[in-house]
Design a protein around this ligand. Structure first.
Ligand SMILES: Cc1ncc(COP(=O)(O)O)c(C=O)c1O
Length: 404
């Protein structure tokens, strides 16, 4: 059955507002998605009815809140097909990658290689640069083809016995390219390397089963998944998390502490030092519970249909250059307009009430690869409609006329 976007959008109070006197058309969900009522209510409900710190109290509110926090972990585990003990709550995808890089880095030596791709978000580049700067670890990058696909032939050549980890985005936040992660993992494991997948964009638009993909680490953020900011996920295979040293020290992550010795808690708590983002976990769990009740295949079909509607609407536009044409790509449209800076395009679209992203999208190496300094990006979510897609086409055409 077709996805009912109108019904879904009624769950998002913010979508009723206006911007510059026009109804808001929010096409920036790849940066951060809006929040549905179940998320808002779960967080407000916790603050109004049952809130305390988790894992340390013996009173009713502490127990209830601990249960709610751990229920959120169960929802995340169900969402990606993992065991609960394999789900670590972090501040976001960025922190999850830093956690792995810092832990793994302790056993890497000069000359060891990390293989990334040219289409990574800075979150999956910079933490590895730390290891290059500090320890002489060598970074290599799989090139991107002109249509936005990963060069898999080059990947097969670049992976060697020195490769300790392959880090790859499941879906590019700029190109929309969906990478063949299971195949990448198979080749990496055959070479003895671990695999970390940045799932920030993919988890939003497709069902993900980390066991079927057979990856070692999979990271994502709540705020792109209709949940709150301040919380994200590191999935790690049980044996990988068991091998990983702690990231931060403090309360909750210990077994016991003496003045001259320390033992650590088992994963996932070993990696959750200090008071965690409790309310955010509760909101995140509510977002996933809500999302898992919807027909996710129908949502993906709906989002793709919006993308193609826009592409068809702009079919004759010879002033438009699209970044990323890979077959099966996600519903992300990154583009430049001849003679116009992306920032100006975004600001003019804002006058029409349309929110798009403009800049480097935290992917400077990819921008360089395509010979641009910035691009504008429209990203489609479950609450966008055909009427919004048409309004975007019309506003973009008028925007271009401004520069012509
Ligand atoms: C592909 C990708 N990776 C990583 C990130 C970083 O996520 P966060 O800022 O939530 O840690 C983003 C966010 O834009 C992203 O799109």
């Amino acid at each position: 059955m077709a996805f009912d976007a109108e019904a879904a959008r009624r769950e998002f109070p913010i979508l009723t507002r206006t911007v510059n006197g026009k109804p808001l058309i929010y096409l920036d969900s790849a940066a951060s998605a809006q929040k549905p009522r179940p998320v808002i209510q779960a967080m407000v409900g916790a603050m109004e009815h049952s809130y305390a710190n988790v894992h340390r109290g013996l009173h009713t509110l502490a127990n209830e809140t601990t249960e709610a926090y751990e229920r959120a972990r169960q929802s995340v585990a169900r969402f990606v097909g993992a065991a609960e003990t394999e789900i670590v709550f972090t501040k976001g995808a960025t922190e999850a990658i830093n956690l792995v890089a810092s832990g793994l880095g302790q056993s890497l030596k000069a000359g060891d290689e990390i293989l990334l791709t040219e289409m990574e978000h800075h979150a999956n580049i910079v933490p590895w640069h730390f290891l290059r700067e500090r320890q002489g670890v060598v970074l290599k990058f799989v090139p991107v083809l002109d249509d936005g696909r990963l060069d898999m032939a080059a990947y097969a050549d670049l992976i060697t016995a020195k490769t300790k980890l392959v880090g790859v985005t499941h879906m590019s936040n700029v190109l929309g390219t969906v990478n063949p992660v299971a195949e990448i993992a198979r080749l990496a494991h055959a070479a003895g390397a671990l695999v970390l997948v940045d799932g920030c964009q993919s988890v939003v638009h497709m069902g993900v089963d980390v066991k079927a993909l057979d990856v070692d680490f999979y990271v994502f953020s709540s705020h792109k998944l209709y949940g709150p900011t301040g919380i994200g996920v590191l999935y790690g295979k049980a044996e990988r998390l068991a091998d990983l040293p702690p990231y931060q020290g403090g309360g909750e992550m210990i077994g016991s502490v003496a003045l001259d010795a320390i033992t650590y808690a088992d994963p996932p708590h070993r990696f959750e030092a200090g008071t965690p983002p409790i309310l955010e976990a509760i909101g995140f769990g509510a977002a996933l519970d809500w999302l898992m009740k919807l027909d996710r295949e129908a949502i993906a079909t709906h989002e793709h249909a919006l993308y193609h509607r826009v592409r068809e609407g702009l079919a004759g536009a010879n002033w438009l250059k699209v970044l990323g044409e890979a077959p099966g790509k996600g519903a992300i449209l990154s583009f430049t307009i001849d003679g116009a800076h992306a920032h100006d395009v975004a600001q003019i679209l804002d006058r029409y009430g349309i929110a798009v992203r403009a800049g480097t999208h935290c992917a400077e190496p990819l921008m360089r690869r395509f010979g641009v300094t910035s691009s504008a990006r429209a990203s489609f979510a479950l609450y966008n409609t055909e009427a919004e897609a048409d309004a975007f086409v019309e506003a973009l055409t008028r925007t271009q006329a401004f520069f012509a």
